[in-house]
Design a protein around this ligand. Structure first.
Ligand code: NDP
Length: 466
């Protein structure tokens, strides 16, 4: 069904409408540059759509899609191990529920603020739409820094955070998951407190432990999915990952399982990083070295520089905050998998990657490339998989966890991996075909933004002015 249009205030040229909404986004959301950046990137693709579909303008879909349905901000008080009172700020952005309950991760990192979470929630709306599963978009978190905190401190923080959040979420309303700084430990503490407050055992969070409702492959899903996406991009040029030299940034959840799947497919990952610096291992990160990284990061919660103390041929390059580029992206390689954080690839980094002959960039992290870097990749005609498509495997598998919870069943590892793989193939095909249909073949940024948008926008039209 395509709903009837509301009163038409006079249709503008698509470019003028977009600039009007963009100005309003900047005026209403000052000091939120990451949110402006995410909106700008999507809007640039939508010019092509608005020209064909004036009903999106007459129903002011762009004005509506940039406005969160609900923003929740709250105080999170907790007591540290020394008995001191600590106060953090908690957030949940319920961005869009046109195609399903809000769904998206929680990020605990000192850099978290309203603008960063709004950019992530906005991206999530389109990403979730691409997964083919019925999930709306949301995101949340806190400026709490889990680094250097004891397990007890993390538990007390999570319990206080959930004490407020619990009243806003639910298995049919809003289903958070992990993100930076929120892994299995934090999801456990958050789930425990929700269950205690509500006296119900439901699939209110994803990324749960396997013994209490979690799905096999959920921890691996974002990294595996990103590599499956890269594989599909290469297939479109009759190429494969076999023997490819790969740069991976970060050393957390996404990076770890990106490296594991690259090894499965015969590629050679040579880097990892954290906020303190970059490891370059010219011999390649094999399974034994990957196990060392997992132990270092997930159990010891240590710093990546220890890798170079352990493996003598590896080089550690400390982060230099004065540089506006990273040495990681200046290492000669075939493929790049940015898997740490937003805007980690600047224009200079992109130029270095292109100069060194990179063929593929597949984004595991959310919005890791600046707008200038994205443009350079597109102009160079390399295979560029934007985050909302390439890293959608994580939330897709969260969707599979929700299905298993609702049906009270558990699929095997092979079943979940097979579904994840098929979803990534379908997302790639959808982006590829949409890019072609709208006259920009090979531009998966346009493909992802347009395909993700259409499903949500049509659902918004169908549901009226809400
Ligand atoms: P983790 O917390 O497990 O790991 C994050 C990694 O990135 C760490 O190595 C961390 O280093 C590094 N990092 C974080 N912030 C910065 C920063 N400001 N500067 C430099 N390095 C930084 O998070 P995930 O692996 O889960 O998430 C990584 C990215 O993937 C994020 O962009 C996230 O939004 C995205 N993503 C994650 C999904 C998931 O399922 N987990 C799903 C889809 C996207 P350090 O330890 O020093 O902080």
């Amino acid at each position: 069904m395509t709903a009837g249009t509301l009163t038409t205030p006079g249709i503008k040229a698509p470019g003028d409408y977009i600039e009007d909404v963009m100005q309003s986004v900047k005026a209403k959301n000052p000091a939120e540059p990451e949110f402006h950046q995410a909106v700008r990137e999507v809007f640039d693709s939508l010019r092509l759509v608005l020209a064909k579909h004036p009903e999106y303008q007459s129903n002011r879909i762009l004005d509506r899609i940039v406005e969160p349905e609900r923003v929740i901000m709250f105080r999170v008080p907790w007591i540290d191990d020394q008995g001191n009172v600590q106060i953090n700020r908690g957030f949940r952005i319920e961005m869009n529920s046109a195609i399903g309950p809000y769904k998206g991760g929680l990020r605990f990192h000192p850099s978290v603020n309203l603008g960063i979470l709004k950019f992530l929630a906005f991206e999530q709306v389109f990403k979730n739409s691409l997964t083919t599963l019925p999930m709306g978009g949301g995101k949340g978190g806190s400026d709490f820094d889990p680094k250097g905190k004891s397990d007890n401190e993390v538990m007390r923080f999570c319990q206080s955070f959930m004490t407020e959040l619990a009243r806003h979420i639910g298995p049919d309303t809003d289903v958070p998951a992990g993100d930076i700084g929120v892994g299995g430990r934090e999801i456990g503490y958050l789930f425990g407190q929700y269950k205690r407050l509500r006296n119900e055992f439901t699939g209110v969070l994803t990324g749960k432990g396997l013994n209490w409702g979690g799905s096999l492959i959920r921890p691996e899903a974002t990294g595996y999915g990103c590599v499956y996406f890269a594989q599909e991009m290469l297939k479109s040029r009759k190429d494969s990952l076999e023997g490819k030299l790969c740069l991976v940034s970060g050393s957390g959840n996404v990076s770890q399982y990106t490296i594991e799947k690259l090894l499965d497919l015969g590629a050679k990952p040579v880097t990892v990083s954290d906020s303190n610096g970059v490891i370059y291992d010219p011999d390649g990160i094999n399974r034994e070295k990957l196990a060392f990284v997992l132990e270092l990061k997930n159990v010891k919660r240590g710093r990546i520089r220890d890798y170079a103390d352990h493996y003598k041929k590896a080089i550690f390059m400390p982060t230099d905050v004065k540089l506006e580029h990273s040495p990681l992206w200046n290492i000669k390689a075939d493929c790049a998998f940015p898997s740490a954080t937003q805007n980690e690839i600047t224009a200079r980094d992109a130029a270095n990657l292109i100069k060194n002959g990179v063929k593929v960039v597949a984004e595991g992290a959310n919005m890791p490339s600046t707008l200038e870097a994205t443009k350079l990749f597109l102009d160079a005609g390399i295979l560029y998989g934007p985050a909302k498509a390439a890293n959608a495997g994580g939330v897709a598998t969260s969707g599979l966890e929700m299905s298993q919870n609702s049906a009270r069943i558990s699929w095997t590892r092979e079943e979940v991996d097979d579904k994840l793989h098929k979803i990534m193939i379908a997302i790639h095909r959808n982006c590829f075909e949409t890019a072609e249909k709208y006259g920009t073949p090979g531009n998966l940024v346009n493909g992802a933004n347009i395909a993700g948008f259409l499903k949500v926008a049509d659902a918004m039209l169908d549901q009226g002015l809400v």
